[in-house]
Ligand binder design. Structure first.
Ligand code: SAH
Length: 237
């Protein structure tokens, strides 16, 4: 396991204190890489205060405007959510998240994404993920404080980092940027084929995203699929 290949991504955090507490939660477990997507207030004294001895994590935090920029180079993307969503997605327990990240952090970048204090992650953001995690909690009061949720996941990553792990594959996995390029291409071809009707898209692209995210395409498989799409386009002309 390489904890340096694992990043914690906080999306549109409102309270800078939560950013500081998340940094502290990370550092206690040996995680160092914090990404902040459009934080409301950062840098901030409140964040520094709550980070205590973990201000170095805040100093080195990467601030981005979009989630895309924060996860483009990642081969494994995991989203956290207190609620289950309309279209079920492959789920991991926090423990399984630790194990999977432990294995895959040896071969590519891993991101675990956390949502807004008020509204969590949007469906579009969650559809970018290979897996979702719901931290087991009281069904009548299931939403943990953001930094507390980071602590639970960071702890599981720590536990897993102390176990031996092996993961081998012949080709590197496609990263998020390549997956997004593939989905755009696929959508374009499906529209050209009149299979996908832009005026009535239903959940087609969401279901296809779930299918291909579940398959975890590697670089070679991605090239084959892009090649097939290209051949379809050529024939249509
Ligand atoms: N009201 C929001 C909850 C936001 S809590 C909602 O209904 O989605 C802020 C963030 O903490 C969430 O976006 C998620 O990243 C994390 N979180 C809180 N409780 C969680 C739980 N039980 N399981 C997984 N993530 C959780």
């Amino acid at each position: 396991m390489n904890l340096n290949n694992i990043r914690i991504v906080l999306v549109n955090t409102s309270h800078p204190g939560n950013i500081g507490s998340a940094a502290r939660a990370m550092k206690t477990m040996g995680l160092t890489r914090l990404y902040l997507v459009g934080p409301h207030e950062f840098p901030s004294h409140k964040a520094d205060e709550m980070a205590s001895g973990a201000v170095d994590i805040l100093k080195n935090a990467v601030v981005t405007e979009t989630l895309d920029e924060a996860i483009a180079d990642c081969g494994l993307v995991i989203g956290t959510s207190a609620r289950s969503r309309t279209i079920p997605w492959p789920m991991l327990t926090p423990r399984e998240c630790g194990e999977k990240s432990a294995q895959e952090s040896n071969v590519h970048q891993v991101a675990v994404i956390f949502g807004r204090e008020q509204s969590g992650l949007t469906n579009e953001e969650l559809h970018r993920c290979h897996f979702h995690i719901q931290i087991p909690s009281n069904p009548e009061y299931s939403s943990l404080n953001l930094a507390a949720a980071v602590q639970v996941i960071a702890y599981e990553l720590r536990v897993a980092s102390e176990m031996p792990s092996a993961f081998e594959w012949d080709y590197r996995f496609a990263n998020e940027k390549e997956m997004e390029g593939f989905y755009l291409h696929l959508e374009k071809v499906l529209v050209a084929l009149d299979f996908l009707k832009p005026e009535a898209p239903r959940q087609l692209m969401t279901r296809l995203r779930r299918l291909f995210n579940r398959a975890r395409l590697d670089e070679m498989e991605m090239n084959i699929l892009r090649g097939i799409l290209g051949a379809v386009e050529k024939k249509m002309k």
